[in-house]
Design a protein around this ligand. Structure first.
Ligand code: CU
Length: 229
């Protein structure tokens, strides 16, 4: 027992005393990349585990490109390495990863053949939010109560300068049992019923041109128009 301890101690002392041992470069961690022969691409560590997170540092990566219709690309902060699509073969890259996000992908099939991993602890990836969809502008269509008809802005203003082409929610208020609201324009032909009253909303696409509206009971007198620009 004592002898063995002494031997271990001696061995340790010998290691420490090896000239240059303290300054020898740190061995690069080895990783394995494979693409093909089918639609698969992987980057794994020495134990065969898919790489999801690594420490910053230098890595030696052996890539086997097994397909002439796929390639292996590795990119991220400070790193851009790739094999050719048309060729197969094995290549070894020495790369230095720093904190950030890295991607392995096949370029022709980058949406289905990829693997992402982080190095260090980068801040969470932020996906820019799409701008909120603009609300559909409203127009107010009114017929009645007497022999009146109008198409106005949502706020009730007259549309003297017309309206811009686009999709609108048109709130139709039919307040007369004698008239209806009939809207006619390029690609538009909608009407409420003459006898009925009430409020409905039409979602319509208004194209450039003249937009006419009238009561089918009195189209010559109960009428109006707005220009779509
Ligand atoms: Cu591919």
């Amino acid at each position: 027992m004592r002898l063995r301890s002494l031997l271990v101690l001696a061995a340790c002392a010998a290691l420490v005393l090896v000239p240059g041992a303290a300054t020898a470069p740190v061995q690069a961690v080895h990783l394995d990349g494979v693409v093909g022969p089918g639609f698969t691409i992987t980057l794994a560590d020495a134990n065969g585990r898919l790489v999801t997170q690594l420490d910053p540092g230098t890595y030696e990566i052996t890539v086997r490109d097994l397909s002439d219709e796929h390639n292996f690309r590795l990119f991220g902060p400070g790193v851009e390495e790739f094999t050719q699509v048309e060729t197969t073969g094995t290549v070894t890259w020495t790369v230095t990863f720093r904190e950030g996000r890295y991607t392995v992908q096949c370029d022709p099939h980058s949406t289905q053949m990829f693997q992402k991993f982080t190095v260090g602890n980068p801040p969470p990836a932020t996906t820019p939010k799409p701008p909120p969809a603009a609300p559909t502008p409203k127009l107010l269509a009114t017929v009645g109560p007497k022999n009146t008809i109008s198409l106005r802005s949502a706020g009730g203003a007259a549309l003297r300068r017309g309206v811009k082409a686009g999709t609108y929610s048109i709130v139709v208020r039919d307040r007369s049992k004698l008239h209806n609201f009939h809207l006619v324009g390029k690609g538009v032909n909608r009407k409420s019923t003459v006898a009925g009253t009430g409020t409905t909303t039409w979602k319509l696409k208004l194209s450039k041109g003249l937009l006419r509206f009238y009561s089918d009971k009195a189209p010559k007198t109960v009428k109006g128009s707005v220009t779509v620009t």
